[in-house]
Design a protein around this ligand. Structure first.
Ligand code: PMV
Length: 324
């Protein structure tokens, strides 16, 4: 009753920003991401008769506290789905440099869902797996697939129609992403808390929601015809709108640091020099930059020499879940 799965993280080009149901993790809007090759989690799950509680090891260290609770309550969900009360030993390794500012929760929950369902020999489709993964971490449901992926918000109260669907595979288009590292410090306001506060209080929240369907349909057209400027500019504008909602919340907040803005200006400067590059930012200060392979050297150099940047990690489009 053991299985090992590998899942890559993803970067949202159209952001998931807000829940309509906190318990089931149902979003207020559909989102779209690119799965990234450079960052992944590998997880083994071993269900054993002799265990009377779950054990969670991350990068060879036993985990306790909140991170452990999140894993064990996720395994409770899998146990109730599988109608078993067996406990498990979970061993994960993260090839997501924590410093890269990528939520390792996306690759982490996708790998955990895949390995635990496989270990229990459950007959799940990719759609089932995406729905199950969503209940661990929303953005993780997109990591089931490689390439460009849409998470459909769905309309049902039970969440059965809220899952990810592949839009274009990894091989469709060689778009690259530079993760620009500014700080490895934990952010003060988690995505969970930040989204809840904006949904509940931001005077700009309705504007955000109204704008997403158009962004989504336009970016999907851009992806199909490989129009980089279209895709990049929609992603950048969508990210700015998401971040604008935080300024309209009570109390207001922002994830940006001064260095975040410096990198945004560097990217605008690259464009002024004729290099198509576009930024996006998740719920934290670090910036991700989209570019095409022919501009890799220039983009990397320019980003690295921006004051405040501590590292630039490059990635290509990645694949979906695999079993080891
Ligand atoms: O799934 P969570 O709770 O890590 O939230 C992710 C939220 C954003 O990263 C800001 C946007 C997204 O779609 O990934």
């Amino acid at each position: 009753m053991k299985a090992t799965a590998k899942a890559h993280t993803n970067i949202a080009l159209i952001k998931y920003w807000g829940k309509r149901n906190d318990a089931l993790i149902l979003p207020t809007n559909s989102s779209l991401s690119l799965t990234l090759d450079g960052f992944y989690t590998k997880t083994s799950v071993h269900f054993k008769e002799e265990l009377n509680e779950d054990v969670f090891e991350l990068d060879q260290e036993i985990v306790t506290g909140v991170a452990y609770e999140r894993v064990t309550s996720y395994l409770d969900l899998i146990r109730s789905f599988a109608r078993t009360d067996l406990h498990a030993e979970v061993q994960s390794t993260n090839a997501v440099p924590t410093a890269a500012g990528f939520a390792s929760s996306a690759s982490g929950f996708a790998a955990l869902a895949a390995a635990s369902t496989k270990a229990l020999d459950l007959d799940v489709t990719d759609t089932d797996l995406s729905r199950l993964t969503r209940q661990g971490s929303g953005s993780a449901c997109r990591s089931i697939y490689g390439g460009f992926v849409e998470w459909k918000e769905g309309t049902r109260d039970d969440g059965l129609d809220s899952y990810a669907v592949p839009i274009a595979p990894q091989e469709h288009w060689d778009v690259r992403v530079a993760a620009v590292v500014l700080t490895a410090r934990e952010k003060d306001i988690s995505s969970r808390v930040g989204m809840k506060r904006t949904v509940d209080t931001s005077v700009f929240y309705q504007g955000w929601l109204d704008s997403v369907p158009h962004d989504l349909s336009e970016i999907k057209d851009g992806i199909q015809v490989k129009d980089f400027e279209k895709v990049g500019s929609i992603a950048e504008a969508n990210c700015l709108k998401m971040h604008a909602t935080t300024l309209g919340a009570t109390p207001p907040f922002t994830y940006w640091h001064d260095t975040t803005m410096a990198v945004m200006q560097t990217v605008q400067g690259l464009r002024a020099d004729g290099i198509p590059a576009y930024f996006t930012i998740d719920a934290g200060p670090n910036v991700k930059v989209l570019y095409l392979p022919e501009h890799e050297e220039k983009v990397q150099q320019t980003l690295s020499s921006t004051p405040g940047v501590t590292d630039v990690i490059l990635s290509r489009a990645g694949s979906g879940i695999s079993y080891v």
